[in-house]
Design a protein around this ligand. Structure first.
Ligand code: NAD
Length: 316
């Protein structure tokens, strides 16, 4: 995409993290927020955050990174020369609509606008923009400079070239882009998180286990693998024959559990598709090696958790 200058519109929790993502990758970052106290506090916050990142060897030079960031009193100044704009205003349709209309008026028509929206699709607040084909969702996880995944979600009118360019930009700045083909409430990340949360709430409400024990199930169980592999790879490694074997063995169990929430079992053709995709990533002959790799990662993670006192203590 060649975006050498990026604008941050809304510099709260997420917008300020985005500023670090771009500046540490060498891009010039122009920051705007309508609140004076946010604008005045930005540099001090960024300096502290960058020094911590430098100490952890996560940025090369805190001072040089800070020097690439500038804060402006008006939106127009902040957008000047920006070829990519990250909108991170409040998660409200009215606020996002107003902010996007203002960006639309002031932006270079060749620039691209990514919204940090956690779940409101871009079609809900960009329809009236003259440059609406250049608006899309680029949803991060908080804080974006420490958690790399971002979800790219086009509105029905988003130019596919913009999505491709933002994907390239995200790769360039060290984020991990995930592309959705079209809008869906909650996107992928919050739908996955929502499924787990809905079940956690239901188990708790029905009295099957305490909050702490449900949390421990993830923190001291599922989450250990999930910190370095996703659910499909997890099950691919959890049956001798891989993902299809897992579906064969445990599909009925999951269907039984999910019966109250789903009206059909995992369809065979979907399993076959997943199996084919997994085999492109990892051939069947490499499953054992990958399991050994997984276990070595688990061991390193266990040592880290122990050294950092992250493990649930015996007394709790
Ligand atoms: N906090 C999270 O965990 C998280 C994670 C991912 C995405 N998001 C999304 O990021 C966005 C921002 O969330 P946040 O947590 O940073 O909120 P926040 O309240 O910390 O920051 C929002 C900022 O937007 C500014 N703002 C309001 N109206 C504006 C306008 N018209 N123009 C420019 N700036 C304006 C506010 O002054 C404020 O500083 C939301 O869409 C949110 O859903 C949040």
């Amino acid at each position: 995409m060649g975006a050498r200058t990026v604008a941050i519109v809304g510099a709260g929790l997420v917008g300020s993290g985005w500023a670090i993502v771009f500046a540490r990758a060498g891009l010039a970052v122009r920051v705007y927020d309508p609140q004076k106290k946010i604008r005045d506090g930005f540099r001090g916050w960024a300096e502290t955050a960058l020094k911590e990142l430098e100490a952890a060897l996560l940025v090369d030079s805190a001072a040089e990174t800070l020097a690439r960031m500038s804060v402006f009193d008006t939106l127009e100044e902040a957008l000047n020369g920006a070829s990519y704009i990250q909108e991170s205003v409040f998660e409200r349709v009215d606020v996002k609509t107003e902010a996007c209309l203002a960006i639309d008026t002031a932006m270079d028509p060749a620039a691209i606008v990514g919204s940090s929206s956690s779940g409101i699709p871009a079609s809900a607040f960009t329809e009236g923009c003259a440059n609406r084909a250049r608006f899309m969702i680029n949803h991060p996880v908080n804080p974006p400079h420490l958690v790399p995944v971002v979800e790219l979600v086009p509105a029905p009118w988003t130019d596919p070239d913009c999505v491709a360019a933002v994907r390239e930009l995200m790769n360039e700045v060290g984020q991990v882009p995930v592309s959705l083909t079209r809008e869906v409430d909650g996107f992928v990340l919050n739908r996955l998180q929502g499924a787990l949360l809905n079940e956690a709430w239901a188990l708790y409400e029905e009295g099957y286990a305490s909050i702490e024990d449900i949390d421990a199930t993830v923190r001291d169980g599922l989450g250990l693998r999930w910190s370095f592999m996703g659910p499909f790879e997890t099950i691919d490694l959890n049956a001798p024959g891989g993902i299809a074997d897992y579906a064969e063995r445990l599909g009925p169990l999951y269907f039984g559990m999910g019966n109250s929430r789903m009206d059909h079992p995992w369809p065979r053709e979907v399993i076959a598709r997943a199996e084919a995709e997994r085999r492109v990533e990892l051939d069947a002959g490499s499953l054992a090696d990958r399991r050994a790799w997984r276990d070595s990662q688990l061991m390193k993670l266990a040592a880290f958790r122990q050294a950092n006192n992250l493990k649930r203590s015996a007394s709790s």
